[in-house]
Design a protein around this ligand. Sequence first.
Ligand SMILES: Cc1ncc(COP(=O)(O)O)c(C=O)c1O
Length: 279
Amino acid sequence: MSGRPAGGGTGRAIVDGRAVPLARAHLAITDDGAVRGDGAFETIGVWSGLPFRLEDHLRRLRGSLASLGLPPPDTGAIAAEVDALLVGLGPRDATLRVYATAGGTRVVALVDQPQRREPGHLVPLPGPWIRPLDAGYGPAGAKSMSYAPNMAATRAAQAAGGDDALLVASEGWVLEGPTFAVLWVAGGVLRAPDVGLGVVDSISRRTLMRLAAVAGHPTEEGRWTLDELGRADEVMVCSAVRDVIAVGRVGEHRFGGRTPVRDRLAEALEGERRRHAHR
Ligand SMILES: Cc1ncc(COP(=O)(O)O)c(C=O)c1O
């Protein structure tokens, strides 16, 4: 590295080992990451100044690159760059973004947590680019830099009057949101779509499933249709840089009233992020 970024706080990045203000963190237009969205990325929550489950994120980045046929990331360098960026942040919440492009560029950026519309009303939309892991499609499950289909789904859902999309497989299975995982409670069981469907292997969802099991709630991964989800008592979404958010509506299905499981899980996740934020 050429040196530490000046000062603490967000709005800074390290590009191929060079510390720069975020406004000067550029990908060359000759880099396949920019030209073709060819590469993989991670978004990591920083809670009270510490990254949550950094090693899991780096493992997922390695998996994404492998499934795209790209070389493994230099996880040692990324971890050192994360440390350098977090110096001087203090006990604040923030977001780390890590990119590894097909052009060989490595970016680690420290930014503010996004202020986004809460996905309380989800519009079911097809997600035909999400394919099962066993269907012979290499990039299945990869967190690739080509997120245009996901962002288009968010725009389409908002144009239809919702807050965000709920992606559904061609076979009818409920999958995930464009930038978040979905879970629901049915008959006291916390359900989540099976990662074999090719959804992103959400680290916050894994954490919630574990916290639920520890709290004595049965959990189940599987393949369910929208109509089955429609019979849920509670629906919620999560991601690395969000709270656990209660969903009030999915298409024509409405979920009202109390959300006791979401409330308990949100509190448990918040506690884990603050107390045990670690690598
Ligand atoms: C498509 C998709 N699904 C699920 C998630 C949630 O994953 P995580 O909990 O690891 O942030 C994300 C997060 O960015 C995502 O982009």
